[in-house]
Design a protein around this ligand. Structure first.
Ligand code: ATP
Ligand code: PLP
Ligand code: MG
Ligand code: NA
Ligand code: MG
Length: 287
């Protein structure tokens, strides 16, 4: 399958496209990355350099992909760190052009905006732009708990809150909007982490142990989004795709933990990432 991936890139480390490219390629997909920023490293280090690409450049990149015929063959769109509201228009354009040629192409929108306790780390106009411009075009949305609160305006305390808030993001009777919402980074109170997957009909949860990182490695959400889209495009149904994505991510995190690395051990653990031996099943949750 062929995928356009619009998100950040770093030279050193693995976030954004620098986390998504290898897993999608290892799953056998062709990826066309369009970088929204090119930084030396993730801003979490305190020092970093590089630049954000203006919306006009990103729109030109999307138009270039259309002109060369790439979008005619495109099966999937992945968007992540956009940084500012103006950049959203490049994603809207990409989604529109891909869908005009391939109405059944799959669009996963990771609404990268912030995290607790750090808060919002993007343009304050971005939450509204995600809500009004991008979510109506997306098939899948993958907020962390902070981003879910930000998108819905609801406080998300427990799993029931998360499920209800996630469901409110799904397409209504007009059928515009995501069919699947994944909520990441939920705490289970017993030293575990839960990912919740919510559709109109069903809810699944996947629980893994929490590895005691300090600081937390960056790019976990970006890697999970890439693995999920990659597995869905390979033809897996939601619960299997979710199990494989979370289990693949955990394999990378475990290697990262054992080797006491600050950045995801994506390259070192790539075989385990695509064929994880320790599996975390997606369990149906009673609504
Ligand atoms: P990012 O930091 O890339 O923006 P995010 O905030 O979007 O990530 P998180 O919810 O923080 O996403 O992480 C995504 C998933 O990664 C979690 O749901 C969990 O499955 C896994 N994960 C993250 N941190 C840990 C950890 N310390 N131990 C085990 N799994 C983790
Ligand atoms: N800033 C940029 C440029 C990013 O690409 C990302 C993640 O993709 C973030 C911030 C979010 O970082 P964190 O993983 O610490 O939540
Ligand atoms: Mg997080
Ligand atoms: Na996420
Ligand atoms: Mg994220």
């Amino acid at each position: 399958m062929k995928i356009v991936s619009l998100q950040s890139a770093v030279a050193y480390g693995h976030v954004g496209n620098s986390a998504a490219l290898l897993p999608l390629q290892r799953l056998g997909h062709e990826v066309w990355p369009v970088d929204t920023v090119q930084f030396s490293n993730h801003p979490g280090y305190g020092v970093f350099d590089g630049m954000r690409f203006p919306a006009a450049h990103l729109i030109a990149m999307v138009e270039g992909l259309a002109a060369v015929g790439a979008l005619d063959q495109c099966d999937g769109l992945l968007t992540g760190y956009l940084g500012e509201a103006a950049t959203v228009e490049a994603a809207v354009l990409a989604a529109g052009l891909i869908r005009s040629r391939r109405p059944d192409a799959l669009y996963l929108c990771d609404p990268v905006m912030g995290d607790a306790p750090r808060g919002l780390y993007v343009d304050p106009a971005l939450p509204e732009a995600f809500r009004t411009r991008l979510l109506p075009l997306a098939d899948i949305v993958t907020p962390n708990r902070f981003e879910l609160e930000c998108l819905t305006g609801r406080a998300v305390g427990d799993l029931a809150d998360a499920a209800a808030a996630a469901r409110s993001l799904l397409a209504g009777p007009d059928r515009r909007g995501p069919r699947l919402a994944l909520v990441t980074g939920l705490e289970d109170g017993r030293d575990g982490l839960i990912v919740l997957a919510v559709t109109a009909e069903r809810i699944w949860q996947v629980r893994t142990p929490r590895l005691p990182f300090s600081p937390e490695p960056s790019g976990t959400g970006d890697l999970l989004a890439a693995l999920l889209l990659g597995r869905l495009l390979s033809g897996y149904a939601v619960p299997e795709a979710l199990d494989l994505a979370v289990s693949g991510l955990f394999a990378v995190l475990e290697r990262t933990w054992v080797e006491r690395r600050r950045e995801l051990a994506l390259v070192a653990a790539q075989d385990a990432m695509i064929a994880p031996s320790r599996r975390f099943a997606a369990d149906p949750v009673e609504p």
